[in-house]
Design a protein around this ligand. Structure first.
Ligand code: IPD
Length: 270
């Protein structure tokens, strides 16, 4: 079993491993660029990169910390971790459709969780190298700057990020919610990578974000970064953030956004 480490020590491991993973993702895309544009096997490029990046991260983590568990989007859950042990939560490429098209919004997201609580997290935009980090109680950071979210105070001035699931029936419901939400807010953005959306909210580049249907690997690292930036990160009606809903907003905006999402049944539908 690995020695239990402090959140700062876990973050240092996460940053090193995530940077190497981001380099692999970037390199695989650069090498496959001709295929991406001309072949009918576009999605295979993404799948191969997802798997290669995930394998690299899992190997690096389990070599360095053999007693830890890993939950990865492609890999699944490696082991049931002992109480107090560390479980790593990985999305090897969040924003896979952006990766496929070459839109520079795709990221490696890696978090360290202990006893069900995320204690450290890093998100690396693999296209640009931009990097956001947080430790539980230690704040959220980008390039040496502590993040504090947006100072916006009213819903009608709020720029809201969101995303869609892959299931068409779910998308129909999500689209119907947005059709009514868009008249109540400044505007809506769909950038295509939940982990990066959460980092943008943490730094105040977006004012708020919500999405139904996220998996733990989409929001584990970004959710810690947003909450350590002082944002409220939650589900609806006091539920924790999770598959049925995740809302991240400054405390001044959260109640109004929460209430309109309840009114529009944003957590409902398939
Ligand atoms: C997706 C992205 C997207 C969000 C979807 C996620 P993936 O993750 O984060 O922004 O709207 O819900 O599934 O498939 O690119 O790893």
């Amino acid at each position: 079993m690995s020695a239990i480490s402090t959140p700062d020590e876990l973050l240092a491991v996460a940053i090193r491993v995530a940077r190497e993973a981001a380099a692999t993702a970037r390199q695989m895309r650069a090498e496959a660029i001709g295929d991406v544009q001309t072949k009918s096997t576009d999605t295979d490029v993404v799948t191969a990169a997802d798997k290669a990046v995930e394998r690299q991260v899992v190997d690096a983590l389990l070599t360095e910390r053999p007693g830890d568990g890993v939950l990865g989007e492609e890999y699944g859950d490696s082991v049931t971790v002992d109480p107090g042990a560390v479980r790593w939560i990985l999305d090897p490429i969040d924003g896979t459709v952006n990766y496929l098209y070459g839109l520079p919004q795709y990221a490696v997201s890696l978090a360290a969780e202990r006893d069900g609580v995320v204690v450290a997290g890093v998100v690396v935009n693999a296209a640009t190298g931009d990097e956001w980090t947080a430790t539980l109680g230690g704040g959220a950071w980008r390039a040496g700057r502590r993040l504090t979210g947006s100072s916006r105070r009213t819903l009608d001035q709020t720029l809201v990020g969101t995303g869609f699931g892959y299931d068409a029936r779910r998308r129909a419901h999500q689209g119907a919610v947005l059709a009514r939400l868009i008249t109540r807010v400044r505007d809506i953005r769909r950038l295509g990578a939940a982990a990066l959306d959460l980092c943008l909210v943490a730094e105040g580049t977006l004012d708020a974000y919500f999405e139904k249907g996220l998996n733990l690997w989409d929001h584990a690292a970004g959710g810690l970064i947003a909450s350590e930036a002082g944002l409220t990160v939650s589900g609806l009606a006091g539920a924790p953030a999770g598959r049925s809903m995740l809302v991240a907003a400054p405390p001044a905006i959260f109640p109004a956004l929460h209430d309109v999402l309840v009114e529009l049944d944003a957590a409902g539908g398939p």
